[in-house]
Design a protein around this ligand. Structure first.
Ligand SMILES: *Cc1c(COP(=O)(O)O)cnc(C)c1O
Length: 472
């Protein structure tokens, strides 16, 4: 056989469209997808023939299997781009993997509101137009102790709205030690600039004193801003001005104090063996005027930026045209209301909000979970050394950066495959599994894998170990 013969063997598009395997696909998928897959596979084939200078028989076999290859391509092309994945990294609020999972009641509510009409902006009692913010305002007040609340797209936009409303063309005084960058695209100075506030940084990187704020206050001052330095800590010779003190300075000079607290913790998690993270309630009790936080970090709800505080300021924000541009949608409101309702009983919150549940999961439970997964994986009889090991999980999302939560992980040391290939195959599995590679072993942290996902993990391992391990 020679190249010329191979080129002649390339089937025409019309021929392929009459192949039984392809006809079967036509019942399930749009014609454009099918034509695209055919063209893509034919291009690939032409390229293979062009490049080849031996082993023409192999290419002949390849041509024979073309309809199957096209069918596979069609199925792949039709897969959703956004997929559910299994998080085996142990990082709970994993920004790349969608941060918080919703509680069951929140998921149900979102589906309900998605399928039917709702009173999103309709006051059922009065029979006239209502406010979308009304659905969560009262609950937020009850839980945090704040006078009033508004919820926007995310915490970055919340900070922007606060500054744009209270400090546009005015000076916002912030400690130099708090001019932080949080996860790539949120930089405090940049957000301040966008909002139209004039940044005035006081103090030094490691130390800021009360006088630093006091000396900077003048008639141009809009707010005193405090930013929780979520994802980093300065250790050693440091000093910052506490909330109580800052609130006192603000009152004395008639300047509102606003805080970006980041993670939005509503329960004192130190009771459950975690590092103390400042709670929203503590800031409200300290008398802070306005406070903002994320809905999908440690709060464990949907992506949102929650602003709570004094009514006179929140009312101004509601009138700011920016609010319309960053407003939340009905799905967020549905999920947030249900999540917040769970907080009315702390025990319920701990047990039913996935983020909090995973963060407070005790070592005994983790041991049970790891034993169960270990048993299932060893039953597979794969070519690997498998062990249960002590490891550490992280909260993630910029919360509690210094906390290392003791956890249990399944450690897999493949015998005939390098660990990077194993990691890649699991990541590219039809239900992607995101794992951690550590010192030539693959780790599955059971903290962030739910028991209902075990079956998929085991199936995936069985499949990827069965594949030939030569090249990919
Ligand atoms: C995470 C974080 C933000 C950004 O919040 P998003 O909800 O992601 O917009 C802003 N400030 C602080 C202190 C944070 O930790």
């Amino acid at each position: 056989m020679n190249k010329g013969e191979l080129f002649k063997k390339i089937p025409k598009v019309d021929e392929l469209l009459e192949n039984s395997i392809i006809i079967e696909q036509m019942e399930a998928y749009p014609r454009v997808t099918i034509l695209e897959a055919i063209r893509k596979e034919l291009d690939k084939l032409r390229e293979i023939i062009k490049q080849a200078d031996s082993e023409f028989e192999k290419i002949d076999t390849y041509i024979a299997s073309l309809p199957n290859k096209i069918a596979y391509e069609i199925v792949k092309a039709n897969e959703s781009h956004l997929k559910r994945v299994i998080n085996a990294t142990g990082t709970i609020v994993h920004t790349n993997l969608g941060r918080s999972l919703l509680a069951e009641s929140a998921v149900k509510k979102v589906a309900e509101v998605a399928q039917g009409y709702s009173n999103l902006e309709y006051n059922l009692e009065a029979g006239k137009r209502g406010s979308r913010y009304s659905h969560v305002e009262e609950l937020l007040g009850k839980i945090t102790g704040a006078e009033s609340a508004i919820v926007v797209n995310n915490n970055a936009s919340a900070v922007m709205l606060i500054l744009s409303t209270l400090s546009k063309n005015k000076e916002a005084i912030v400690s130099r030690g708090e001019l932080v960058e949080i996860g790539g695209s949120f930089r405090v100075p940049a957000v301040m600039e966008q909002s139209g506030a004039k940044l005035v940084d006081v103090g030094t990187t490691n130390k800021t004193h009360p006088e630093d704020y006091i000396e900077a206050i003048n008639e141009e001052t809009g707010v005193l801003l405090k930013v929780h330095t979520s994802n980093y800590r300065i250790m050693g010779f440091t000093e910052s001005v506490g909330l109580d003190e800052l609130v006192k300075i603000g009152r004395e000079h008639n300047v509102p104090v606003v805080e970006d607290i980041g993670s939005g913790v509503l329960i004192d998690l130190s009771k459950y063996g975690l590092e103390h993270e400042p709670t929203v309630q503590e800031s409200i009790e300290a008398g802070i005027e306005i406070l903002s936080f994320s809905g999908d970090k440690l709060l464990g709800g949907p992506q949102a930026g929650i602003i709570v505080g004094k009514k006179e300021y929140i009312d101004k924000m509601k009138k700011n045209p920016l609010t319309r541009a960053i407003r939340i949608d009905k799905f967020t409101i549905a999920a947030l209301e249900e999540t917040l309702k769970l907080y009315l009983d702390e025990e319920v919150a701990i047990n039913s909000i996935p983020t909090i549940k995973m963060a407070t999961m005790g070592i005994q439970k983790l041991e049970e979970k790891s034993n169960e997964l270990f048993k299932l994986i060893t039953e597979l009889d794969i070519a690997a050394k498998i062990e249960i090991v002590d490891q550490v999980s992280q909260i993630g999302g910029g919360a509690m950066p210094m906390s290392e939560l003791p956890t249990k992980a399944i450690e897999i040391r493949p015998e005939n495959m390098n660990v990077a290939l194993l990691e890649k195959r699991l990541r590219n599995y039809k239900n992607p599994i995101i794992t951690r590679v550590y010192k030539n072993t693959l780790l599955l942290d059971v903290r962030t894998i739910s028991e209902s996902e075990y079956k998929i993990v085991v199936e995936a391992l069985g499949t990827v170990f069965k594949k030939e391990s030569s090249y990919e």
